[in-house]
Design a protein around this ligand. Structure first.
Ligand SMILES: [Zn+2]
Length: 506
């Protein structure tokens, strides 16, 4: 180790410029693999040599809190009396001095609490005073600490940040789907961290989500009456955006599991509640999710859909999962519960929940790639038609009191009537025309694919059946596929769909 650090030199380089070699005197080099380890080892030694002068707080649960806690060069001292703190400060200062390090009092903060109230108490290091948290609040590991010992201010700040961010995106003048993308990948990741470190109550997040919803609807160009089920649900039509409430719940549950599942007995024994408020408690949510997962395991793998027995892949076992896997399963379960509650909400919606009664309809998942290729009006129509919020005469009658009758016949012009129920349209051949337009698109697509596959020339390997007593002719078959002879033989397997390329529709 001594040899390694004896004559160590470093240089700093940017894209076009590299500095001269410098000798390192103080500090840890970025990029060195040994230095951080050596530093933590030395710090551990300093901590162990200092902490024996005081006892540390004993909690009701029987656990004794360590008087010194540290993360790299950040240190927290926690004792029960003023003399204890002074003694500990002195000791740690002496030991750090011995290690040629120094406490910076101006960068440190002190806080004294007597009977639940913050009191003013001065601490000094070598005559220099440590400012109290009352005078100067401090930010540590991305979290602000101030004198009122609650997160109310920070939660308010978070709300302001979200609203401001949304307004900024709204003013940007981009098309709606790009605004949506900015929110999903620019704004949300930035608010997730404060949301998981501060004690944010669920009611505040729900309020925030309502603000988010109004912007999302505006950007998608859908009417304001569209429910949030349509925006975040994974039912008949799934959009690629996440619900703020769902992400909040998952983040809180993850924090809860991380703390309670910690290997450190003190951390797991004294895990704080990561979310304030009575409406939703992460602890209870975790218990419910775990119970549901255990119950699911007892039920075993049930058959879903029309696949044959054993076609569905098995669920991971709760009992056998390790800590990380369990965390993942619980978060998944929380998401499922959220989706279930959205479904319940959808059932109660007479108009926008009609899709629940549709049978045999393929679920549609709109990805970002789909969104880029879609015109904004198409997406608007898709959403409107799925949840019946298009401005059809019947809907307009409900919204603004107009005439609901069809312009062609005398019937009531609901969405269904216009799309597939008008007798005059049927007689005039409008539906046939639309039907043929769709077929035309399909035919063009199939033709394009057929030509593409034929142009490729090579063919994928199909399944070869071997009869009882026969030997596999795999090598012979391969020749058919690779050689030009294969094309001529293609008809033998009875798959002559689009000319010689029988694999084109696999
Ligand atoms: Zn009509």
């Amino acid at each position: 180790m001594k040899e390694y650090f004896k004559d160590i030199r470093l240089c700093i380089g940017t894209g076009e410029f590299v500095s001269d070699w410098q000798k390192l005197e103080v500090g840890i080099m970025a990029g060195c693999t040994i230095s951080p380890l050596a530093f933590t080892m030395a710090m551990e030694m300093v901590i162990r040599a200092s902490k024996w002068v005081v006892g540390g707080e004993r909690r009701r649960e029987g656990l004794r809190l360590p008087p010194i806690r540290a993360f790299m060069d950040d240190m927290t001292l926690l004792t029960t009396t003023v003399p204890c703190t002074k003694r500990l400060l002195e000791r740690i200062n002496t030991n750090l001095r011995w290690a040629r390090m120094r406490i910076k009092p101006s960068k440190s903060r002190s806080i004294s609490v007597t009977k639940g109230k913050v009191v003013e108490q001065k601490f000094t290091v070598e005559g220099e005073e440590i400012p109290s948290i009352r005078v100067r609040p401090v930010k540590s590991l991305g979290r602000w600490y101030n004198a009122d010992l609650s997160d109310r201010e920070q939660v308010e700040q978070l709300r302001k940040d979200v609203v401001e961010g949304l307004e900024k995106i709204d003013r940007s003048g981009l098309p709606g789907k790009l605004k949506l993308w900015c929110m999903q990948f620019g704004l949300f990741p930035r608010v997730m961290w404060p949301m998981s470190v501060y004690e944010v109550p669920l009611s505040k997040v729900e309020k925030l989500e309502r603000v988010v919803n109004s912007y999302v609807k505006k950007w998608l160009g859908v009417p304001r009456c569209l429910s949030s089920v349509a925006l975040y649900g994974k039912g008949i039509l799934q959009l690629p955006i996440n619900s703020l409430v769902e992400e909040f719940k998952c983040a809180k549950v993850r924090t809860e599991l991380l703390l309670t599942g910690s290997k450190d007995r003190i951390v797991s024994g004294l895990a704080p509640n990561p979310s304030k408020g009575k409406k939703w408690k992460p602890k209870v949510a975790v218990q419910e999710a775990e119970a549901a997962l255990r119950h699911g395991e007892i039920m075993g793998n049930v058959q879903i859909g029309r696949g044959g027995l054993g076609r569905t892949s098995g669920k991971p076992m709760w009992r056998k999962a390790d800590q990380k896997e369990k965390r993942r399963l619980v978060v998944e379960q929380i998401r499922r519960q959220e989706e279930a509650s959205r479904q319940v909400k959808a059932v109660s919606l007479a108009k926008q929940g009609q899709w629940l009664n549709w049978e045999g309809v393929e679920r549609k998942q709109v990805t970002w790639r789909d969104l880029w290729s879609m015109e904004s009006n198409r997406l608007k129509f898709l959403l409107g038609a799925t949840y019946d919020v298009l401005p059809s005469p019947d809907n307009l009658r409900i919204w603004t009191d107009g005439d609901p009758s069809c312009t062609l016949c005398s019937g009531v012009a609901t969405l269904r009537h216009i799309l597939s129920g008008c007798k005059v349209s049927l007689a005039q051949g409008r539906y046939t025309w639309r039907h043929n337009q769709v077929l035309k698109c399909l035919a063009a697509g199939i033709e394009m694919r057929r030509q593409q596959v034929n142009a490729e020339g090579s063919h994928k390997k199909g399944i070869q059946f071997v009869r009882e007593g026969e030997k596999s002719k795999s090598r012979k078959v391969k020749e058919y596929y690779t050689g030009s002879k294969g094309l001529a033989d293609a008809g033998r397997c009875g798959g002559k769909v689009g000319g010689p390329s029988r694999n084109s529709y696999h």
